[in-house]
Write a protein that binds this ligand. Structure first.
Ligand SMILES: [Zn+2]
Ligand SMILES: [Zn+2]
Length: 395
């Protein structure tokens, strides 16, 4: 197939379109003026400011086949008032089973809005099978407990199997202090780098009044029995004993499997955060790799080889230059712990992804054209993620 024909593009949102490479830029500008062609769809009317609010085109995403719903696409613990983008979270929907990767700002509300499996409003969370946390930065976890606690009222109390929660384990050592700085004593010195099990137990303890009230007075199922939490065990390495400063090369390793999906994980480059993971979901009808926060990662490239869909984080290099022209250290960190927009296209192309979707956008601010840099050198189908957009794993 002509690469120009393959290189379609869509803004994954209510205003969507498919284009050849030659017409992509004009089309992207055209969408601001209201062009709407079908390539992917959204479950909601949110859109980039100034763009068309045309309704999604029905039928362009087959909800009967495995697909993702981008619940939230904003990166970082920040609100973007001009865009009103919600925090990073993704639903992987396979039949009537839903798996959520990361639980950023308003993830449960977005789940509720998306209603991934078309349940009755008071039963929507009954189809939630798993929560996968890439790393423990707040923009990926801030609404983790809300998803469980509000889900309790919205279907989780009727599940027969607990929701599997998978994420990083406790880390051995504190983050290295910035050279020349004098950091204050660490927060929570008895366990300053807790993992997902520690976090869950602390949250359950913090909400004990609520939980005990509901269980004893309202006769709710014990919230603790509705989740089954596992710290990820990394083959050949224990982060509770040793913290690495250089990412070890590794093959992806399994972390979860059921009748619908096989999930593998790998370590990615988000230093000084360690461990930080990417996840791959393999189904009978396509695969998706979700990057978490990472710079260019050889481990992720290995895991994502020939994937049907790569959801990758991205940071706008021009924005970094504008914001931090006088802070070379921070510029260096942002360019290495995150994926520069100018490098993502070639990276995704070389690993062989058939579709590339941008999410965890930093900044999640207009103009949308800033993200076209990530399309350069990519020959597959390109999506700029917007909240509540849906994309089939196999396009
Ligand atoms: Zn992040
Ligand atoms: Zn992060």
């Amino acid at each position: 197939m002509d690469p120009d024909e393959r290189n379609r593009m869509c803004l994954s949102g209510p205003s969507t379109f498919g284009l050849s490479r030659r017409s992509a830029l004009a089309g992207a500008l055209g969408i601001i003026g209201g062009t709407t062609l079908a390539a992917c769809s959204s479950a909601d009317e949110q859109s980039f400011p100034g763009s068309s609010t045309a309704a999604p085109v029905p039928g362009d995403v087959d909800k009967g086949r495995p697909h993702v719903i981008l619940l939230g696409t904003a990166g970082g613990p920040a609100w973007y008032p001009r865009q009103n983008a919600t925090g990073i979270a993704t639903a992987v929907v396979i039949g009537d089973a839903v798996y959520v990767v990361d639980t950023g700002d308003r993830a449960p509300e977005q789940f509720f809005k998306a209603n991934p499996t078309g349940e009755a409003p008071d039963e929507q969370f009954s189809t939630l099978r798993g929560i996968f946390i890439t790393h423990l930065h707040s923009d990926h976890t801030i609404d983790y407990f809300k998803m469980i606690n509000y889900g309790w009222w919205t279907g989780l109390q009727h599940i027969t199997q607990p929701v599997k929660v998978i994420g990083p384990g406790r880390r051995a050592s504190l983050t290295t202090a910035y050279p020349g700085s004098q950091p204050p004593p660490p927060a929570n010195p008895a366990n300053p780098m807790p993992g997902i099990t520690d976090m869950t137990n602390s949250l359950l303890a913090a909400y004990a009044t609520d939980i005990n009230d509901r269980v004893r007075d309202n006769r709710f199922t014990d919230l603790r029995s509705l989740i089954d939490v596992d710290d990820i065990t990394i083959p050949g390495f224990d982060p509770a004993i040793e913290t690495l400063e250089i990412m070890p090369a590794m093959d992806p390793f399994p972390v979860y499997e059921d009748d619908r999906v096989r999930v593998t994980a790998t370590l990615v480059n988000h230093f000084p955060v360690f461990p930080a993971f990417a996840y791959r979901f393999d189904t009978d009808d396509g695969s998706v790799v979700i990057s978490g926060d990472t710079g260019k990662s050889a481990n992720l490239a290995r895991m994502a080889a020939d994937t049907d869909l790569l959801l990758h984080e991205v940071i706008d290099t021009s924005w970094i230059d504008e914001q931090y022209a006088d802070n070379e250290a921070l510029r260096h960190h942002l360019m290495t712990a995150h994926m520069p927009s100018t490098e993502l296209g070639r990276f995704a192309d070389e690993l062989g992804a058939r579709q590339l979707a941008l999410h965890h956008l930093v900044p999640a601010e207009p103009p949308v054209e800033r993200w076209l840099k990530s399309r350069e050198n990519f020959s597959g189908t390109f999506h700029i993620g917007t909240d509540l957009a849906a994309i089939n794993l196999r396009g």
